[in-house]
Ligand binder design. Structure first.
Ligand code: ATP
Length: 343
C-alpha cells in the first residue's frame, strides 16, 4: 500500500466548491483502491487567509505544503500571486504543463485536438523587473538563461516521448525580434532536439503559433515555449478546445509538483453551485500521473489517472455536463454522477 499526503489549497471564489469535489474524488479512490491511500491536508491560503491572518500564505500553511508529497490548489482570488509565485519559487517548479484536448459534445474548433503546452515557469518578464525612468517611460527586463532553457526543453522532449502521440515538439519564440534572448532559447532547444532523434522538432514564431492554433490545432503535440508566450498560448489552446472549465495545469519541479485548474477564482459564478469541477478532476489526473512516474511499482496510480479521464469522456459522450459547456447539471450533481461512474 502506498500512502501519499496531499496538501489541498481551497482558495477563493469557486475554489472551495471545486476543492469539495476534489475531496470527494480522492476519498472515493481511498475507499475503492486497495494499494492507494491519500491523506488530505486542507491548507488555508488566499484572500480569506489574507483577511484572517494578514498574509495570503501563512507560515503554518506553507509548512503544511512543505510536508506534503504534492499540492493540489483550487483557484485563489486577488492574492493569487502571493500564493502561487511563492510556491513556484520555493519548490523551483520550473515547468508549467497545460494539456488541451477536445472532448465529445464540447464545442471545439476541431474534434481531434490533443496537445500540451510546456511553459518555462521561472524567468522572462514574470520576474517583475520593471523600472520607471520617469512618468512617461518604463524599462522592463526579460531574463533568459541557458540553464532554464535547457531544463524546460529537456522536459518537453521527455513529455513528447511519454505521451507517445504525435512525437512532435515545436519550440515557440520570437528570435527574429529578440535575437539574443530568444536566440539563446532557440539554440538550446535545437541542441536538446539533437538528443531526441525519435521526436520530430520544428520551430514557430509566436504570432504564427497563435494563428496556427486556430487554423490547424490538431497538428500540435508538444508546444515548448517561454513564460509569457506560454501563458498566452495555453489560454488560447484552452479556449480552442471549449473553455476553461476543462483545463488543468501542472507546475513541476525536480522533487515537488503542484496541480491546479488553469482558470481563476471566477467570482461571477461563486457560491452558485454551477462551477465545472472537471478542471480539478483533470488536475488530479495529472497529479496521479506525476506520482505514478515516481512510484512505478504502484500500478493503481496510472490506472486511476486514465480512469478519471475515461469517466469524463463517458459522461460528456452521454451529454452529462455542467452549464458552462451547455449542460444543466450543478457542481454537486455532476460530481455525484462522476463518482457513480468511477467505481
Ligand atoms: P483570473 O484570475 O485569470 O483573473 P477570473 O476569476 O477572472 O480569473 P477566469 O479564470 O479568467 O476567471 O475565467 C473566466 C470566466 O470563465 C469566469 O468568470 C467564469 O464565468 C468562467 N469559468 C472559469 N472557470 C470555470 C469553471 N470551472 N466552471 C464554470 N465556468 C468557469
Amino acid at each position: 500500500m502506498t500512502h501519499f499526503t496531499i496538501s489541498l489549497i481551497g482558495g477563493d471564489g469557486i475554489g472551495p466548491e471545486l476543492a469539495n469535489s476534489a475531496i470527494s474524488l480522492l476519498n472515493s479512490i481511498n475507499d475503492n483502491c486497495s494499494d492507494l491511500k491519500f491523506k488530505i491536508l486542507e491548507v488555508e491560503a488566499g484572500d480569506t487567509a489574507k483577511e484572517k491572518y494578514g498574509v495570503a500564505l501563512p507560515d503554518f500553511s506553507f509548512d503544511a505544503v512543505k510536508k506534503s508529497d504534492a499540492c493540489l490548489k483550487a483557484p485563489v482570488g486577488e492574492y493569487a500571486a502571493d500564493v502561487i509565485l511563492v510556491l513556484r519559487r520555493y519548490f523551483d517548479l520550473y515547468a508549467n504543463v497545460r494539456p488541451a484536448r477536445s472532448y465529445p459534445n464540447v464545442k471545439s474548433i476541431s474534434p481531434s485536438i490533443d496537445l500540451v503546452t510546456v511553459r518555462e515557469n521561472t524567468e522572462d518578464v514574470y520576474l517583475g523587473w520593471e523600472f520607471a525612468i520617469d512618468d512617461e517611460t518604463v524599462i522592463a527586463l526579460r531574463l533568459t538563461t541557458a540553464k532554464a532553457s535547457n531544463q524546460i526543453a529537456e522536459y518537453a522532449f521527455r513529455e513528447a516521448r511519454r505521451r507517445n502521440k504525435g512525437k512532435k515538439v515545436v519550440a515557440v519564440h520570437k528570435a527574429n525580434v529578440m535575437r539574443k534572448g530568444d536566440g539563446l532559447f532557440a539554440s538550446i532547444c535545437r541542441k536538446v532536439a539533437s538528443k531526441y532523434p525519435d521526436i520530430n522538432y520544428s520551430e514557430l514564431y509566436v504570432d504564427a503559433c497563435a494563428m496556427n492554433l486556430i487554423r490547424n490545432p490538431e497538428d500540435f503535440d508538444v508546444i515548448l515555449t517561454s513564460n509569457l508566450f506560454g501563458d498566452i498560448i495555453s489560454d488560447e489552446a484552452a479556449q480552442v478546445v471549449g473553455g476553461l472549465g476543462l483545463s488543468p495545469a501542472a507546475n513541476v519541479g525536480q522533487d515537488f509538483a503542484l496541480f491546479e485548474p488553469v482558470h481563476g477564482a471566477a467570482f461571477d459564478i461563486a457560491n452558485k453551485n454551477i462551477a465545472n469541477p472537471s478542471s480539478i478532476f483533470l488536475s488530479i489526473k495529472l497529479m496521479l500521473e506525476w506520482l505514478s512516474d515516481r512510484n512505478e511499482s504502484n500500478g493503481e496510480l496510472k490506472m486511476m489517472a486514465n480512469h478519471i479521464e475515461n469517466v469524463l469522456v463517458k459522461l460528456l459522450t452521454e451529454n452529462i455536463k455542467t452549464k458552462d459547456i451547455g449542460g444543466t447539471l450543478h457542481t454537486n450533481e455532476f460530481t455525484k454522477e462522476f463518482l457513480r461512474r468511477m467505481f
